[in-house]
Write a protein of this length. Sequence first.
Length: 257
Amino acid sequence: MFTERTSVGLDVHARSVVAAAIDGETGEVFRKRLTPGNNDVIRWVRSLPGPSAVVYEAGPTGFGLARAFASAGIRCEVAAPSKIQRPAGDRVKTDARDAMLLARLLRLNDIVSVTVPSVQREAARDLVRAREDVRGDLMRARHRVSKLLLRQGIVYYGGHAWTGTHLVWLRRQHFDAPGLQLAFDAEHEAVLQAEARRDRLEQSLFAGCVLQAAGDEGGSAPPPSAWPPGPGLTRVTGNRTRIVSEAAMDDVARAPR
């Protein structure tokens, strides 16, 4: 049941926030285009007849605004975009109309909210995304090296590619043409840099797994000197799957049907 006096809908973008509010007692409607700074948005909401509740759609701007409202003591819901009920036949979509729709749905308790993650959980998600990004970068860099060598008729037959033996073989490749040598060196260096970035990120993920495991078991984490070197993520068992999957998944708290 909606208990606040004013319902506020925000259409949040990177460079602007379009706001609409409905006073439940007088029926008055308030509209405003705001800068995306959290303080400006909260200041405007506080100027409305209170108490107020706020809703905006989950999106690329993240959850910083929701946390700012929570710190200010104002209830804020972050709506799941795919669950917003739009009027049939309504094909006109503007920022102002979206904000007003959100304000009306909030007053009707028709908002399906997503869970606002903690700062630590969101940081873990970003770390997992960064690791996935660098894995893609590494795969593309390796492909470029392989295709460059293939165009010169050079193919590695010494076993599995990208093992220690293969990397030693790569370092022995030299070309008479200066341009070709420079191109190979650049592509090979990109592979080495991507591998180093991957290892750093996986080590950080491993550290997070160790700390969570220690906390779950009521013990203390081993010092960093005891962590395995290199890509430690592949060496973690038990809580490794839980940490990575929890950080990567999108938690959506569904309303009862």
